[in-house]
Design a binder for this molecule. Structure first.
Ligand code: DX5
Ligand code: ZN
Length: 218
């Protein structure tokens, strides 16, 4: 299992130490949640400058999750800041051509492209983009804040994506985000998830390493 610790609620006064915990616990990705205060109610600390600060401190894959209204406009800046994976929301655009254009731009900037969906969006909305993306991020909470409870509805969605992947030979990674602790992570693993995002369970614990290793072993 690939682990992508979310630094959304970490101690920013000790950013290097917080990243070091992730790296030394065996995480391969670091999850960077970008919130614009429009797509989601709150504006977050993680914008392009923070991605640039994180970049290169440890050999972690910068897994950027854009919760923003017009992702196309920001792709280039995040790529330049060091993003390796750029994931945006299918709800960001009504027009499929805009979604395809965003995926193309992410690729042309040399990054892997991910697409995500909110709990209220039908998983079928992703179908036209599945052959094009490198990652699908299933939200198991309403995007916008850490520390919420896992929504079980994510499980059949993960299973749907895992089946599609197998049937069509697609290459995307399946990632889940929100309310991941050992028990919920285990259910997601059984449903076919390949990357676990986890924030408060790791960063609000005295045993980051033990918990991270537990998730990686799933
Ligand atoms: C929610 C963010 C998540 C969040 C996860 O909008 O996308 O990445 O940080 O935090 P936990 O693991 O605490 O639910
Ligand atoms: Zn996220």
């Amino acid at each position: 299992m690939i682990l992508s610790p979310s630094i959304l609620n970490c101690d920013y006064s000790n950013l290097t130490g917080e990243l070091q915990k992730a790296y030394e616990s065996g995480a391969e990705f670091i999850h960077l949640d970008v919130m614009d205060g429009v797509f989601v109610p709150s504006k977050g600390l993680i914008q392009e400058e923070m991605v640039a600060r994180v970049n290169g401190q440890f050999p972690l894959v910068n897994d950027v999750h854009l919760m923003v209204v017009h992702p196309l406009k920001r792709v280039k800046a995040f790529a330049e800041a060091g993003a390796n994976i750029i994931t945006f929301h299918v709800e960001a655009y009504h027009r499929p051509s805009m979604i395809k254009k965003t995926i193309e731009l992410i690729h042309s900037c040399g990054c892997r492209a991910g697409i995500s969906l909110k709990p209220g969006t039908r998983v079928e909305a992703l179908v036209p983009y599945l052959p094009l993306v490198d990652l699908v991020l299933v939200m198991s909470v309403e995007p916008g804040a850490g520390g919420q409870s896992f929504m079980e509805e994510a499980l059949p969605r993960i299973a749907f994506l895992a089946n599609r992947k197998k049937e069509h030979g697609y290459h995307y990674l399946i990632e889940v985000d929100g309310g991941i602790v050992y028990e919920t992570g285990k259910k997601c693993a059984e449903a076919g998830v390949e990357v676990l995002v986890s924030g408060s369970y790791l960063y609000h614990s005295d045993d980051f390493k033990g918990r991270a290793e537990g998730l990686i072993a799933l």
